[in-house]
Design a protein around this ligand. Structure first.
Ligand code: RI2
Length: 305
């Protein structure tokens, strides 16, 4: 698939989920790398950089996308075009393998936090969260899951289907019913698009309300997030941009024609660390307040290139 096609699929959310976006983007960059027609290594790198920028500009919030692209671009070095190409291809293959391995590791670690008989609540559709829940089920724990519908794109349907297909009983609820059901929930398990250096978790709109309701009901909130979802930029003072998508995702805007009604569609929100019990990463379970240490660890590793 070309850069243009992948970029457009990410923008349209044909390809979605912070981890999958990152993997599909670097795979598209690899295909691009194999097809660039350039005379010098400088021109080759320039074309590679342009492809990376086009992919990066598709969606602003999930840092996994820019982290993955920066990581593989950083490794794309060499004296000759072939050398740069080989290094990029290897970096992409490694990234894809490592990121899938990270999900498995998170599932193994996170599933230890799920007890037999637990009722779980999840929001939106996170591969890392779902894999963790399914792992607990595979380990023989009798669990049930409340899956929020997740307006406006209804990613909760994908979650409900994915869990039910694995044999996990699911109760699909509207987003507004979260507080109504929270008394019956033992643990909230969700994913993340970005974890900031101060422990704030940026995830699908509504996550902070879920966390607030959980906090009120003394229900722990577990966030499943791979290391490359932690944002180094936030440690340098950068604020995470919250994507606002087209209002037509929510309602047919002709509905209010001639009236002073504005439809707002922010698609992520920020959950403060005090509402999060733990973050499960491939390195282990951490307090959200330890987010900066994860950033430092990955920073050290990237220096070893
Ligand atoms: P995984 C998704 O964003 C959801 O917010 C989900 O919680 C998060 O990415 C992480 O998903 P979107 O792409 O990487 O649906 O765990 O806007 O699959």
């Amino acid at each position: 698939v070309s850069i243009e096609e992948t970029a457009s699929n990410i923008k349209d959310m044909e390809i979605r989920g912070a981890g999958k976006i990152a993997r599909c983007a670097v795979i598209a960059l690899k295909e691009h790398a194999l097809n660039i027609d350039a005379d010098t290594p400088e021109l080759y790198l320039k074309a590679l950089g342009e492809g990376s920028a086009e992919l990066k500009n598709t969606r602003p919030t999930a840092v996994s996308l820019s982290n993955a692209l920066s990581h593989v671009m950083h490794k794309a070095r060499g004296e000759t075009i072939d050398e740069i190409k080989d290094n990029l291809v290897k970096a992409v293959d490694d990234f894809v393998e490592t990121s899938i391995g990270a999900i498995e590791r998170i599932a193994t670690i996170g599933s230890h936090r799920i007890a037999d008989g637990d009722v779980i609540l999840t929001h939106c559709n996170s591969t890392a969260a779902i894999r963790t829940i399914v792992k607990a089920h595979e380990d023989g724990k009798q669990i049930r899951v409340y899956a929020t519908e997740t307006r406006p794109r209804h990613q909760g349907y994908i979650t409900a289907r994915a869990l039910a297909e694995k044999g996990v009983p699911v109760m699909l609820i509207v987003d507004a019913a979260v507080r109504f059901f929270m008394q019956k929930v033992d643990i909230v398990i969700i994913g993340a698009d970005t974890v900031a250096s101060n422990g704030v978790v940026i995830n699908k709109i509504g996550t902070s309300q879920v966390a607030l309701a959980a906090s009120e009901a003394r229900v722990p909130v577990l966030v499943c997030a791979e290391g490359y979802k932690f944002s180094r930029e936030t440690a340098m003072g950068r604020i995470v941009e919250i994507e606002e998508r087209n209002p037509s995702e929510i309602v047919d805007i002709t509905e209010f024609e001639g009236l002073d009604v504005e439809v707002k569609n922010p698609v992520f929100d920020q959950t403060p660390p005090r509402y999060i019990d733990s973050i499960v990463t491939e390195l282990g379970v951490i307090s959200p307040f330890a987010a900066y240490e994860v950033i430092r660890k990955f920073e050290e590793e990237s220096k070893d290139v």
